[in-house]
Design a protein around this ligand. Structure first.
Ligand SMILES: *Cc1c(COP(=O)(O)O)cnc(C)c1O
Length: 231
């Protein structure tokens, strides 16, 4: 049951850790069920799907004549974001967790400036062993933050990371330690940003308990809450 899992997670997680329910590939009804159980933050990884769910909620409000229905729901974006899809995502989310390239960061700054908005982002370092090119090197992140004034419409809120997809707990621990160290270094080197730069988004269904040991402030949990995804 969705609501039971949410209650269990909330009682288990320290008060300093926010629960982000990853609802990708699950229907809007599943989100409603989680919301009824008290869940407020939901994350999606595909622009089209996020937009469809935002529109579905608007439809339900109109149908029921209840404009305030689920009005305090919060959306995060956690997937790969192409620069031509910004307008499908940025107006609706309170946090873009997955900023993984300078090109994307620059595009978000331009869009936000043109639309008079400030966008909250997490920077995603590349630490996992997988051969993907996504994600920043540690020194890229430091360079961006030392130049933070260039991004007047972006609020840097912290770091999001993923551990290598493996059963080997030592590898997962080493990845989380690296991600945490990048976050700590940034906070030490850029004290002016430190107030905002408080989030460390690490931990998913299979590794959130380990992530909490490494200082996670935000766990992103999908399949444990909603069941296996039908791709
Ligand atoms: C899908 C996804 C999750 C959730 O994964 P589960 O293993 O289902 O908990 C978390 N973070 C990101 C970036 C994801 O894409």
């Amino acid at each position: 049951m969705i609501s039971d899992t949410i209650k269990t997670l909330n009682s288990e997680l320290p008060a300093t850790v926010k629960l982000v329910a990853v609802s990708k590939f699950h229907p809007f009804e599943a989100i409603e069920e989680a919301y009824q159980a008290g869940q407020r933050i939901f994350a999606e990884s595909r622009p089209q799907e996020l937009l469809a769910k935002v529109k579905r909620l608007e439809e339900i409000r109109a149908e029921k004549g209840t404009p305030d229905y689920m009005s305090d729901i919060e959306w995060h974006f956690i997937g790969h974001l192409q620069t031509n899809k910004l307008k499908m995502v940025l107006p609706y989310v309170s946090l873009v967790q997955s900023v993984d390239s300078l090109r994307l960061l620059e595009a978000i700054q331009s869009w936000a400036s043109a639309n008079g908005m400030t966008i909250d982002v997490l920077l995603e370092p590349h630490v996992a062993a997988e051969e993907t090119k996504q994600g920043f090197a540690r020194e890229d992140i430091m360079a961006i933050l030392s130049d933070a004034a260039r991004y007047a419409n972006i609020r840097f809120r912290g770091i999001m990371g993923m551990a290598t997809f493996t059963e080997d707990e030592d590898v997962i621990r080493s990845d989380f330690a690296q991600i945490r160290d990048i976050h700590n270094e940034a906070v030490e080197r850029f004290p002016r940003l430190a107030m905002d730069f408080s989030e460390l988004s690490i931990g998913m269904s299979d590794d959130y308990r380990i992530a909490v040991e490494y200082g996670s402030t935000m766990v992103r949990i999908g399949s444990m809450i909603f069941g296996v995804r039908q791709y």
